[in-house]
Design a protein around this ligand. Structure first.
Ligand code: GLU
Length: 311
């Protein structure tokens, strides 16, 4: 736990906002929700609703191997059971292919995409590990020698260039290497895209869309103004804001990355933690007790939160 974090209680706003507020919960339906997912859902709900805003539900089911409609159905049933009602129609990423194609076309027209045909082994060799957390960053070898890609036209991954961009054109404001934003919980952030991410994938070899690209497009085009989610995604904000800037799309004005709930032994909760999965939780607790428990963990006023959820 980072000592500089602001208390989560700040997410329960004291007055409605005069500006339009649209928050969202964007789960991946790859298993039954667990307590950690409920926590993220609740805090994003509380933030949007305590400002009189809307709360959207987006099912992130682009990973067709791991996502299942059945999990999405149960997830919606769990939100219903908790009393967390979303506004408007559910957004299903799997149904937005035409939109993603259009946005990809726009990036291609800007000349900032390139095919990468590096194999897994080549990628391992072409990526520099970063000391901080061991993630790897692609060194851009297919950008530097595009002939390799043309020689191997089949099965190419598409990557988005991070700065420096190819020519002296006036690139949109915000399409910069250094991405800065304020996070309400984690404080001011400054990330250097080329160092933290390198040229990142927007479409995979098998045609699947990449998470960063879809989230950036969806948040912008569904008018999301605030992103409240787990702090495992803090770093992802930089590539997402970069994609939005390149496409000239609106960017959320507020971010709050919340600490993940951990299992008793300090591990990150996963969908395999049966005792904290919704099946078990629904058998053992009333929805109001569960919400009140999560409010205690995060220092939120449970009565106010329950009232927001119509309880
Ligand atoms: N779908 C992602 C997840 O379930 C969250 C995406 C987001 O909130 O931006 O971890």
């Amino acid at each position: 736990m980072n000592a500089d974090r602001k208390p989560l209680a700040c997410l329960l706003r004291t007055a409605p906002s005069s500006a339009l507020v649209r928050g969202r919960f964007a789960p991946s339906p790859t298993g039954r929700m667990h307590l950690g997912n409920v926590y993220a859902a609740l805090l994003s709900y509380v933030s949007a609703k305590s400002q009189g805003g809307a709360w959207l539900l987006r099912i992130e089911d682009i990973d067709t191997q791991r996502s299942k409609a059945e999990w999405a159905e149960r997830l919606m049933d769990d939100l219903d059971w908790l009393g967390l009602r979303w506004d408007g129609d559910v957004v299903w990423q799997s149904r937005r292919t035409a939109l993603y194609e259009e946005m990809l076309g726009r990036l291609a027209a800007l000349g900032v995409l390139y095919p990468c045909c590096c194999t897994r082994q080549e990628l391992a060799a072409a990526s520099a590990p970063h000391a901080a957390d061991g993630h790897t960053v692609y060194d851009g070898r297919c950008r530097v020698s595009p002939r390799r890609a043309i020689e191997n036209p089949a099965g190419q991954t598409l990557r988005l260039m991070t700065p420096p961009l190819p020519d002296e054109r006036a690139w949109p404001a915000g399409a910069t290497d250094e991405q800065t934003f304020a996070d309400e919980i984690c404080g001011p952030q400054r990330l250097q895209l080329s160092w933290e991410w390198g040229d990142f994938v927007v479409r995979r070899r098998d045609g699947a869309w990449a998470y960063q690209f879809c989230v950036a497009v969806d948040d912008a085009l569904t008018g999301v103004t605030e992103v409240v989610r787990g702090d495992d995604l803090l770093r992802s904000t930089a590539p997402q804001r970069y994609v939005q800037a390149l496409l000239g799309l609106p960017r959320p004005s507020r971010y709050a990355h919340i600490p993940l709930l951990l299992a008793a032994d300090g591990r990150r909760l996963s969908k395999r933690d049966a005792s904290l999965a919704m099946d078990a939780l629904r058998q053992r607790h009333a929805a109001t007790d569960l919400i009140a428990h999560l409010c205690r963990l995060s220092g939120l006023d449970a009565d106010r939160v329950l009232a927001l959820a119509g309880r």
